[in-house]
Ligand binder design. Structure first.
Ligand SMILES: [Zn+2]
Length: 127
């Protein structure tokens, strides 16, 4: 399932690491690695939507990293955070991810694409 997604979005060569974590997935900009929760093999039906959105969201980061080269992507990503924080000193600084373009685009990308994968994986009886 994950490899189908990675291949489709042409990030089949992204480094993947499985680890125990709270979220379903996370793209580590420091290492250029897509980290997946080890829990993903026992996903509950109620979590499928969130799971797919998260994976596709993180794949979008991997696509951006591939497009720019991940060191440049990391730099651009961090510059955007720094800029947002400098411009919004009164905001809750933990809110940055709702505002920077890479995160907004990745989230829209996940929201837009999860359904078609859901139907496909359901047809293949993967859920
Ligand atoms: Zn993200």
């Amino acid at each position: 399932m994950i490899s189908d997604l990675l291949k489709y979005y042409k990030v089949g060569n992204v480094k993947i690491k499985q680890k125990l974590m709270k979220d379903h997935a996370h793209y580590n900009v420091d290492t250029g690695t897509l980290e997946l929760s080890t829990k993903y093999k026992t996903i509950k039906p109620s979590q499928v939507k969130e799971f797919l959105i998260t994976i596709i969201h993180e794949i979008r980061h991997a696509m951006d990293a591939k497009k720019y080269g991940w060191k440049k992507f990391k730099y651009m990503y961090e510059m955007e955070i720094a800029q947002w924080q400098a411009e919004n000193p009164k905001n809750n600084l933990d809110d940055w991810y709702k505002h920077i373009s890479f995160e907004v685009e990745a989230e829209q990308f996940g929201q837009k694409n999860w359904k078609k994968w859901h139907s496909k994986f359901k047809k293949d009886k993967l859920f």
